[in-house]
Structure formats: C-alpha cells, structure tokens
Design a protein around this ligand. Structure first.
Ligand SMILES: *[C@@H]1O[C@H](CO)[C@@H](O)[C@H](O)[C@H]1NC(C)=O
Ligand SMILES: *[C@@H]1O[C@H](CO)[C@@H](O)[C@H](O)[C@H]1NC(C)=O
Length: 467
C-alpha cells in the first residue's frame, strides 16, 4: 500500500520536474529582458523559407463556422499554379498600388465608427493584391469557389456565366441558371444599393465595382445560398454575380468582402455571428490558417483587445503607441504615432511605418543583427541578410504596443520577407511622410488569432492562432 502510494507520488514528482524542464526548455529560445519582455527569438532559417505543403494542424478546424485560409500563390493553394506567376517586384508593386489607394481613400476620412447604414459602395473599393484565399460553397447544388479575403472591401462577388468578359479562373465559373437558389435583386428593392456607376437592366439590380488598379467586376447584384461549412448556411446572401471582370491574376473566383458595410458578409450575417469574426494567417505559404465567423469562447481567453475604429468608413483602424525592439522601447517621439489610427488590412502585405519610426527600427535592428552578413537590398526593402550559411538565427524581438495595453510580439515570420536564404529582408517599409496613413500589413499578422469584434468596437490579438 505504502509502496504504491510512494510510486504514485514519485510519478507525480517526475511529471512535475519534467514539466519544469519543459518550461525551461521552452523559454530557452525566448530570453526575457529587464522589463520582463522577450528580447529575442531563435528560429531555424528553413522555417522562414517556402517548402512543400504541410498537413493541416489548425486547432480551429473543429470550430463549426471555420474556413481554411491558404496563401494564394503557395503550395497549399487550391488554385492551379499560374503559368506566368507574378514575380517579387510585381507582387510588391501591386501592394504599393493598394497602399496608395487606401491612403487616397482615407485622406479625408473620419475616425469614428460611422453608422454603416449610411455607407454606400464607393466607386473605387479594394485592390486585388490579396494574398490569402478561402473556399466557400455557393448555390444549389453547392459549387465550391475559392475567393480572396479582403478586410478592406465591402462586396462579395464571383465571376458568373454567361461571361461577357471573364479572366481565367481555376474552378468552373459559377452558372446562376444551374442553381435552384439564385435570385436577381429587383431594381426597386431597398437592397439594390445604386452605387457608383451602377444602373438597372430592366428591373434587375446591377453592380459595378472599380478597384484602385483599374481592375473591376460588374454584373447582377443577386441573392444566393452561401455555404460556409456543411452546417453553416446563409440563405439569401447578397453578392455580385459578375459577367464582366478584368484585371485579376492568380485564378481565384472572386472576393469575399469583410469590411464593415451593410452589404459585407459581416453585416449580412450580423444576426447569426454578431458582427464578430477572426482569422489566423499562417506563418508560411506551406501551412494553413483559418477564418472563423462568430465568437469562439475557447479561442478568446488569450486574446488581448485594443479599441477598433473605422478609417474612412471602410477600413478597420487601431492605434499604435510604440515599438519595442530587443526589449528596448525605440526612441520614437510620441507625436509620430499619436495622430489618427493605423489601418489593419488583410490585403496589404507589408507594414508601412512613418519614416521616423522606420528609421529607428532599422537602426536598432541592424545593430542587433550586426553579426550576420548583409545582402543586397530588395526594393522596397533596404535591410536584407544572407542566411545561406546559417541553420539557426537569433532575431531581436519586435513588439508592437497598441492602445489598451496590448503588446504584440511578432513571429519571426512576421519580421522577415524571405525570397531565398541568401536574401531575407526586414519586412517593413517607410511611408513618404510621418503624416501618411500607417498600414499594419498581413506579414506582421502571421500566426496571431486576429479577432474583429466589430459590434464591440475592439480588435484582439492572440498568440499561436495557427502555425
Ligand atoms: C481633404 O483632402 C484635401 C486634398 O485631398 C486636403 O487639402 C484637405 O486638407 C483634406 N481635409 C481633411 C479634413 O483632412
Ligand atoms: C436575372 O436577370 C437577367 C437580366 O434581366 C436575366 O437574364 C436572368 O434570367 C435573371 N435570372 C433569374 C434567375 O431570374
């Protein structure tokens, strides 16, 4: 009796010490600074580079209203690989025009949460540099369509038959005449938004959306059955059935608009999901993240929230207070970030910082990275490293502090833009002037559960949302 009790006790102790050992081990790659903040991350160089598609490990896959989020151009993408893929320069050029467009849209923007009912579709909305896609079901019987996710666009649309002009897409183009649940919206319906250059074809409501790079989609504004997952179905979902679409590459079937607007999926599903969604963008093109509609209490415990505002009624805005690198707050005058909110965007790749902030970040980063060999600049990046001779690297931590006491310690994959091991670059760019709108891009959001509580006017970041 006594013996077995002792054995149990010993096993408990062994478990305890293993546990302590594990904690020590886990902390090994994450030294803490004087302020208790993590000062560096040690990571393998291979984890920064693309590889073949890894099996899904997303813990969100058990949530009922969850879609897998995949990098459009990566090995996990359901889209056929483009025979003429965009090269690095073209991708970043598209990124730049999206940025210019967001900045021009919001140059006169108000910074309060505007009543969404008063918002109509702008003539120019969104820009197609989106990097991430999800696959949804549309119609009866259900057809699977892979759409780009965009927090900066209101309208969800897909290419539709009969095409007057459609760009090449991987999946068969949606045919409304083969779907039992498709219906045109009447021109006289209050649902017909009468936006931009739209008009009516007889009594049928039309839409026409022109994006910042002159790409566009036009067709019927209609309702259809949207299947998020087999158990999560939205009937009479309003979407654009586009017969005239141009200027898009990459083979996706269209776009899913996640901005706060009466025609966005967020607003249309408000009764079901409470204007609450979250996503996790995977660390690399070889892994998968997720997009979840509605609140998942299991996921919310480790999420920290910062106030959410709307910038120019269309973009989600959050306030950056400062940046800490390697455990030390960067010497950025408080006035640099204290203006209006920064836009957080799923479709802009690289974070744009005020030049004063970027310069402080670059100086401190280069100092901490002095032992590594530098590589030539890769426009627009001016701080690149040659890691081809390294297997592991130690990177100073970069922590963004947001209003409300929220600290976000970037994943190493959220610090670098990696073309190849011999040219891995600090993934931030300076705006032209400190007064230009700051955009918090999708590279920096990688692996975080990013929670949009639009009704509660707060945005959350939770670590380890996906790998
Ligand atoms: C609006 O934009 C114009 C130029 O585009 C600028 O001169 C003006 O100051 C802006 N107004 C506000 C309130 O930002
Ligand atoms: C939708 O409207 C167009 C144009 O009026 C028409 O050709 C099409 O048949 C309509 N579809 C349905 C399902 O009513």
């Amino acid at each position: 009796m006594e013996g077995s009790f002792l054995r149990v006790l010993n096993r408990a102790r062994l478990f305890l010490s293993l546990h302590i050992l594990m904690i020590c081990f886990m902390h090994k790659g994450y030294p803490y600074g004087v302020e208790g903040k993590i000062t560096s991350h040690t990571t393998s160089v291979s984890s920064l580079l693309p590889s073949s598609c890894l099996p899904s490990t997303s813990k969100a896959s058990t949530r009922k209203s969850t879609l897998e989020v995949i990098h459009k151009r990566g090995p996990c993408s359901p889209l056929a690989q483009d025979p003429n893929p965009l090269n690095h320069t073209e991708i970043l050029l598209r990124d730049e025009s999206r940025v210019k467009w967001i900045q021009s849209q919001s140059s006169n923007g108000s910074d309060g949460l505007k009543a969404s009912a008063a918002v109509s579709l702008p003539a120019k909305a969104g820009f197609m540099a989106q990097d991430y896609v999800v696959t949804i079901g549309l119609g009866t019987p259900t057809k699977h369509l892979t759409l780009e996710i965009d927090t900066g666009s209101p309208l969800t649309w897909t290419q539709c038959k009969p095409c007057k002009s459609c760009y090449p897409q991987s999946e068969p183009i949606f045919n409304p005449s083969r779907s039992l649940s498709y219906a045109n919206i009447s021109c006289h319906s209050t649902s017909c938004p009468h936006f931009g250059t739209s008009e009516c074809a007889g009594s049928t409501c039309l839409y026409h959306i022109l994006y910042g790079d002159q790409s566009s989609s036009a067709g019927f504004f209609a309702t259809e059955k949207l299947t998020i997952t087999p158990t999560e179905v939205i009937n009479n979902f309003k979407f654009g059935c586009g017969e005239n679409n141009g200027g898009f590459t990459g083979g996706s079937a269209g776009l899913i608009g996640l901005s706060n607007d009466k025609i966005s999926i967020v607003e249309q599903t408000a009764a079901k999901y409470g204007k609450y969604f979250s996503y996790c963008l995977p660390s690399s093109t070889s892994s998968r993240g997720h997009l979840t509609f509605g609140k998942d209490d299991r996921a919310v415990s480790s999420v920290r929230f910062t106030p959410l505002s709307m910038v120019s009624s269309q973009f989600y805005g959050i306030r950056i207070l400062g940046i800490t690198l390697g455990g030390k707050r960067l010497p950025i005058p408080s006035t640099v970030f204290s203006g209006r909110a920064a836009v957080i965007d799923s479709g802009t790749t690289i974070t744009l910082l005020p030049p004063t902030a970027y310069s402080a970040l670059r100086t401190a980063f280069r100092n901490k990275m002095a032992k590594y060999k530098m590589a030539p600049a890769l426009t627009p990046f001016d701080t690149c490293y040659d890691f081809s001779k390294e297997s592991k690297i130690t990177v100073p931590s970069i922590i963004f502090s947001f209003a409300g006491g929220v600290d976000v310690d970037l994943d190493p994959n959220g610090i670098f833009y990696s073309e190849k091991a011999s040219q891995v670059c600090l993934a931030f760019v300076a705006n032209r002037a400190d007064s230009d709108l700051v955009i918090y891009g999708n590279v920096q959001q990688k692996t975080f559960e990013v929670v949009y509580d639009v009704a509660g006017r707060k945005l959350g970041f939770g670590p380890n949302g996906c790998s």
